[in-house]
Design a protein around this ligand. Structure first.
Ligand SMILES: [Zn+2]
Length: 255
């Protein structure tokens, strides 16, 4: 595996703990959809890929219960070595709720994790990509390493605040578009992919068909990508230094 220290500004040296592998992809799966344990996780395991599962626990109808993972299944993901991380309990736009409610939404997921033998969560994904300027101290106090947002571009740790990590949404069947996303990865930059169910029968607008998803995984394998969970980026990025250095990036996002 080759790796290059990216040529960036003076702050870059403090942000990097060690160089990111040249072709790094982070796989993230949202909303605790059942197909993530029945189809996605075994496939990733077979390929030796890491991934993060951003779970929530919003109210569901009895008919929909089997479309989502149970907490026992979520614990199985942890047991398989994957990251279980925080997507809030009820999936609100956190830009539209008070801070106390944000904290409670996050606490619920950690309580459930604890009750099921899963460590407290250390990364977050914004439901619906809704941001909130006031979330920063809440995230920092919890020791969150990263928070995943939208943006449809690669994550550059020397330019993107760790609580505003951009990601690509790969839903749909446009394989050329997604391969294009993967080809944007370069030295010092990672492509973080947002995925929902594979398939996602309840939310067809974020569906990824299994055969299409398999093509992406094979592309990653055949082309020598390093495929990680979100938390794994902290082996390369000093997130506390990045928060200090990139404070203005956070502020500017909300101007
Ligand atoms: Zn979601």
């Amino acid at each position: 595996m080759t790796a290059t220290v990216p040529d960036a500004g003076p702050q870059a040296g403090e942000i990097w703990k060690r160089p990111l592998p040249d072709k790094t992809v982070v796989l993230t799966f949202d909303d605790a959809v059942r197909s993530q344990i029945t189809f996605v996780a075994p496939l990733l395991k077979e390929l030796g890929f890491g991934a993060t599962f951003y779970v929530c626990d919003f109210p569901r109808t009895p008919e929909d219960e089997d479309k989502y993972m149970t907490w026992e299944q979520i614990a199985d993901l942890h047991g398989m070595g994957f990251e279980v991380a925080n997507h809030t309990r009820c999936h609100p736009n956190i830009g539209k709720i008070p801070e106390a409610e944000i904290a409670e939404e996050l606490d619920y997921i950690d309580r459930q994790c604890r009750a099921h033998g899963i460590p407290a969560t250390t990364t977050f994904a914004y439901p619906g990509y809704g941001l909130n300027e006031k979330a920063l101290p809440i995230f920092a106090e919890r020791g969150f390493l990263f928070a995943r947002a939208g943006g449809s571009r690669c994550y550059d740790p020397t330019a993107d605040h760790p609580y505003l990590v951009p990601s690509f949404d790969i839903a749909g069947t446009d394989e050329g578009k997604v391969i294009g996303f993967l080809n944007q990865v370069g030295p010092g930059k990672a492509a973080v992919l947002t995925v929902h169910g594979v398939p996602d029968l309840l939310h067809p607008w974020v569906n990824t068909p299994p055969e299409v998803f398999e093509h992406y995984l094979h592309y990653l394998k055949e082309n020598g990508y390093t495929v990680l969970a979100m938390r794994d980026l902290a082996e390369y990025v000093d997130t506390a230094a990045a928060r200090d250095e990139l404070e203005d990036v956070w502020k500017k996002r909300f101007e």
